[in-house]
Design a protein around this ligand. Structure first.
Ligand code: SF4
Length: 120
């Protein structure tokens, strides 16, 4: 539950969607995505939508900037169809303005001009 303090400044919120390290090319020694994300499988579309709705119901909308973040493993390493599925889930929220933007995890060898064009 997120509470707004009286007289507080506009806040920035990021709704976290955790992607385990399925798309990572290997497991880096300092990073255990299974422990960090607490999951072994990709979240289902229903889980993503439920998470977003739950967060939106507790974040004060007025004066807040709300983003959704795909954190954890390498989002841009997922198959394009899977990325597209997740990103399309967010389009209605972007259109209605309840979510202002999308953050996502990547790594230098999983970001190319083609991926940037796709994400755009
Ligand atoms: S999320 Fe990044 S740092 Fe962690 S295992 Fe995957 S590639 Fe390595």
């Amino acid at each position: 539950m997120v509470k707004e303090q009286p007289g507080s400044k506009p806040k920035h919120y990021t709704i976290p969607i955790f992607i385990p390290g399925i798309a990572c090319p290997f497991q880096c020694i300092f990073c255990d995505q299974e422990k960090i994300t607490g999951r072994q499988n990709l979240p289902t579309p229903e889980e993503v939508l439920q998470t977003i709705h739950q967060y939106l119901s507790t974040i004060p909308g007025h004066g807040s900037t709300i983003e959704t973040g795909f954190f954890g493993g390498t989002f841009t390493g997922l198959p394009l169809k899977t990325q597209e599925m997740y990103l399309s889930l967010l389009q209605p929220f972007l259109k209605e303005g309840s979510v202002a933007g999308i953050r996502l995890s990547t790594r230098p060898d999983h970001i190319t001009p083609e991926i940037l064009d796709f994400l755009k």
